[in-house]
Design a protein around this ligand. Structure first.
Ligand SMILES: Cc1cc2nc3c(=O)[nH]c(=O)nc-3n(C[C@H](O)[C@H](O)[C@H](O)COP(=O)(O)OP(=O)(O)OC[C@H]3O[C@@H](n4cnc5c(N)ncnc54)[C@H](O)[C@@H]3O)c2cc1C
Length: 345
């Protein structure tokens, strides 16, 4: 399908993309929002959001993003199914190729494609994610007052999650598949010295148990004295499998920013694959990337905070930055151009 050049395409329909869509639509930019494989983004994986401003009783994750979408649509934002598979961002207009086979042309692009938390692959995780199993202690820790919880991971973020959870939980047990942590010395020491944080070395999670009604109630663990117990088990070694009663499980084994489609573009990524945006006092806009007319917002460029409210804030910034850029670089009111069907034609 070919269509005219858009003013603005927003890649991603999580809170960052939705917030960008509200601002851009209200500015008459006629934004097109590409939903990606996960319409509504990561918040659709959680039941209660208690720390988003304006909802004193909390709000369901799904409810929040649905409201955001309705708000953006009310001002004229268009939503479309599809994921960007590749992009040519070198010239103008920018060319996007979608998983649906569609090809789009746009003057400006907001990248709000998020960063997916890595999952362990344990049994039961699909059913229980958001129901006592989480990838975000800041978000869900307060639901575990008085519980015994597990944290899976061995890096700095696992130590941070464990220390944060220790404020609420009765006990926090860090599961690590080796005997040595990857975490920095200082973070590892803080966790080791905390009275309520324990470590289970050479141990991995096989299954999360419970139900969506009751939440997480237990876990099945596997251990081997030489570490990497699931690999040992696959190699036919004797391993110890046990079941434990617990009230919550937190994955802290890193995030994967959704930036694969940017790999061959001039947009700069950092070592972890996150989009680099401009910084420093001379930067004219904080969401601008190294590529003219490409802006980034939310978890895809923020490895630090990764919260709904920060992502929404950055989404609005990206839309405002894109609007300013469009005003000075390309007439926003330009008539759609007729375009060839193939990018690069
Ligand atoms: C279980 C869980 C509970 C959480 N609870 C809370 C909480 O209580 N409070 C809080 O503040 N935060 C919470 N968070 C964190 C919060 O969800 C994220 O910080 C927030 O969703 C980030 O928004 P985002 O728009 O940047 O990215 P995401 O929400 O990750 O959205 C990314 C969007 O990009 C799309 N996409 C991906 N790749 C492409 C592509 N190539 N082309 C087009 N689209 C693409 C996806 O389909 C998705 O729509 C939680 C996260 C999880 C996983």
């Amino acid at each position: 399908m070919s269509e005219g050049t858009r003013n603005l395409v927003i890649a991603g329909s999580g809170v960052a993309g939705l917030s960008a869509a509200v601002y851009a639509a209200r500015a008459d930019l006629d934004p097109l929002v590409l939903e990606g494989d996960e319409p509504g983004g990561q918040l659709t994986l959680t039941t209660d959001v208690e720390n988003y401003l304006g909802f004193p009783e909390g709000v369901g994750g799904m409810d929040l993003v649905q409201r955001g979408r309705e708000q953006a649509e009310r001002f004229g934002a268009e939503f479309r199914h599809g994921t960007i598979e590749s992009a040519d961002l070198t010239g103008q207009p920018k060319l996007l190729e979608l998983s649906t086979g569609e090809r789009l042309r746009t003057r400006a692009l907001v990248v709000a494609t998020g960063a997916s938390a890595r999952w362990v692959g344990a049994d039961g995780e699909d059913e229980l994610m958001g129901y006592g199993l989480s990838t975000c202690a800041t978000c869900d820790g307060a639901f575990h007052r008085g519980d015994d919880v597990l944290v899976v991971g061995g890096g700095d973020s696992a130590m941070e999650e464990a220390l944060f959870l220790a404020k609420f939980a009765d006990s926090v047990t860090v599961l690590h598949r080796r005997e040595e942590l990857r975490a920095s010395e200082i973070m590892a020491d803080r966790a080791r010295e905390h009275d309520d944080v324990e470590f289970r070395w050479n141990t991995e999670l096989l299954a999360v148990q419970g139900s969506q009604e009751a939440g997480v109630t237990g876990a099945r663990l596997v251990s081997h004295p030489d570490g990497y117990p699931t690999e040992q088990r696959e190699a036919g070694e004797d391993v110890t499998v046990e079941e434990v009663d617990i009230g919550g499980v937190f994955y802290a084994i890193g995030h994967e920013p959704n930036t694969e489609f940017l790999r061959d573009t001039p947009v700069e990524l950092d070592g972890g694959g996150y989009v680099r945006t401009a910084d420093g006092v001379d930067a004219w806009a904080t969401t601008a990337t190294a590529t003219d007319g490409v802006f980034a917002a939310g978890d895809v460029m923020d490895r630090e905070y990764q919260q709904a409210v920060t992502a929404a804030g950055m989404g609005s910034m990206a839309a405002l930055d894109a609007e300013t850029w469009l005003e000075s670089n390309d007439p926003v009111s330009a008539e759609p151009e007729s375009v060839p069907a193939e990018p690069g034609d």
